[in-house]
Structures are given as C-alpha cells and as structure tokens.
Design a protein around this ligand. Structure first.
Ligand SMILES: Nc1ncnc2c1ncn2[C@@H]1O[C@H](COP(=O)(O)OP(=O)(O)O)[C@@H](O)[C@H]1O
Ligand SMILES: [Mg+2]
Length: 253
C-alpha cells in the first residue's frame, strides 16, 4: 500500500531524511518509532505528498505520489494529524463530516452517501451521543476520537497517524489503540502510526519500523525488531525486554 524508496528530504539544505526505505503491506498495522527529531513527522509529510523529497520515491498503491490528484488521494489515504487543536469551534458532527469532502463532486454542496458514513464513524468511535457538542468542550481523549472519526468517515484504505496518544493517560491511550486495531482487524485498514510508547506499540502493532537519524534502523514483526540491542541503540538507553504474553520494555537507565 505504501512503498518508500531511498527517500531523501531536506529543510533549508540540511538533510533530515537520509535514504529511507519502508514498505507497509495491505492490512498491516505498523508503528513508526524513534527519538524526537529523527524524521518521523517529515516522513509522514512526504507520504501524504505535502512535502516534496529531494530524492527517492513514494508510491501509494503502486502509483508515484506525484501522479495522484489531491482529492483522489484523500479517498485512499486519511490522516490524523499531530496537532488537532481546531481553528474554529465546530461540533463533533461537523468535524467528522469534513472527512466526506474528498467524496464530493466539484460543484456538489451535499454528499448523498455521506450521512451513513458519518453515522458509522461516530458509532465506531463511541461519539454518537456527543455529536452536537463543540470540539472545544471535549476532553483530550474525546477530541482525539473525533479526529479519528473524521478519518474513518473518509472511507480510505490507509490511515496515517502522528502520535495519536500524545497527552493521553494510559486508559485513553489504550482506548485509541484498541479502536484503530479493531478497524484494522475487521476491515483490513492499513495503518502507519507514529507512536512514542514502546509498550503500547508492541501490544497493538503487527510490525514496527525503528527510525534513527533520518534512516530506518530496522523494520519487521514486533518481536523480531524490538530487542535490547535495537531499542538501546535507537533511543540511547539501557533496557530489559520482558517477553511474556504482553511484551514489556523496562528502562534501566
Ligand atoms: N519546517 C521545518 N523547517 C526546518 N526544520 C524542520 C522543520 N520541520 C522539522 N524540522 C527539523 O527536522 C528534523 C526532523 O523533524 P521531525 O520530522 O519533526 O522529527 P520527529 O517527528 O521524528 O520528532 C528535526 O531536526 C527538526 O528540527
Ligand atoms: Mg513528530
């Protein structure tokens, strides 16, 4: 679904992505992990086509990113951005309905199939009761669910998320992860999510890509990629990895 090859990207002349190779297959839930500043958000921006790489290629469903129209791509690829602070105070339902925009024709003001998709997305995320509430009145977890609902309403095949559990406590983080995992399991949604919590990542993801200094350090099934050496190297910490039913990464120092 997503193929990234030798991707190089720079801001003001200095390289941030230094040859990234990454592939996300259909139906995979992949976590993207790495220290602050290693280039995770930059990589997502290249995958959505909002940032143009200096070299290399990004293909979505086999087609080069530059060959997709904006709206056409939005019908395949949805995004939950890192910053969900709304510029205007929309209601939950209005925010979710924005996910339908890519499905509307050029001169079309309403979306005939949209109502059903919006309702389904509200139900999936448990927000049906809160549909008329203003976004600004929601808790952090509810707001995050509203933006996930907007992405679900888009009915795309791929979901990108940038730190979806940032600022959430463990209960609400688990809720968010379970929600997208369920969508992935039931409908085969392909997910690439930047995550900062190692324990949550190994618990919910099929695969992980570890990034360090603008490159993919390792990529593959969680239990293969996450080990004391790799996590130690990438995050520059000492860890012990406990491999029980749920893997746990204990930070030693
Ligand atoms: N708009 C920008 N202009 C200049 N430098 C940037 C910009 N965005 C990010 N960077 C730099 O690029 C590097 C990677 O950033 P980013 O992709 O946001 O990392 P991550 O998401 O892994 O924390 C950092 O050193 C950051 O300071
Ligand atoms: Mg980031």
């Amino acid at each position: 679904m997503i193929e990234v090859e030798d991707l190089r990207c720079a801001y003001n002349g200095s390289d941030v992505l230094k040859g990234v190779d990454l592939e996300v297959e259909e139906g995979t839930f992949m976590g993207l992990l790495g220290p602050n500043g290693c280039g995770k958000t930059t990589l997502l921006r290249c995958i959505t086509g909002s940032l143009r790489p200096r070299r290399g290629s990004v293909r979505i469903m086999g087609r080069e990113i530059s060959g997709w129209g904006r709206k056409e791509l939005s019908r395949k690829l949805s995004i939950v951005p890192q910053d969900t602070s709304p510029g205007f105070d929309f209601s939950v339902e209005e925010v979710v309905a924005m996910g339908r925009y890519p499905h509307m024709g050029r001169f079309q003001l309403t979306d005939p199939d949209g109502g059903a998709s919006v309702n389904r997305a509200l139900r999936w995320t448990g927000l049906s009761e809160l549909r008329s509430k203003k976004i600004s009145m929601l808790s952090g977890g509810e707001r995050q669910r509203a933006f996930i609902a907007r992405a679900f309403a888009q009915d795309a095949d791929i979901l990108l998320m940038d730190e979806p559990t940032k600022n959430l406590d463990i209960r609400h983080s688990m809720d968010i992860m379970s929600l997208v995992r369920k969508k992935n399991g039931k409908e085969g949604l392909t997910i690439l999510a930047v995550l900062h919590d190692l324990d949550l990542s190994v618990r919910f993801c099929d695969k992980v890509a570890l990034m360090k200094d603008g490159k993919v350090y390792d990529i593959g099934p969680v239990r293969k990629v996450i080990n004391e050496d790799s996590v130690g190297d990438v995050f520059d910490i000492d860890v012990k990895v406990h491999r029980g039913k749920h893997m746990h990464i204990e930070v030693l120092g």
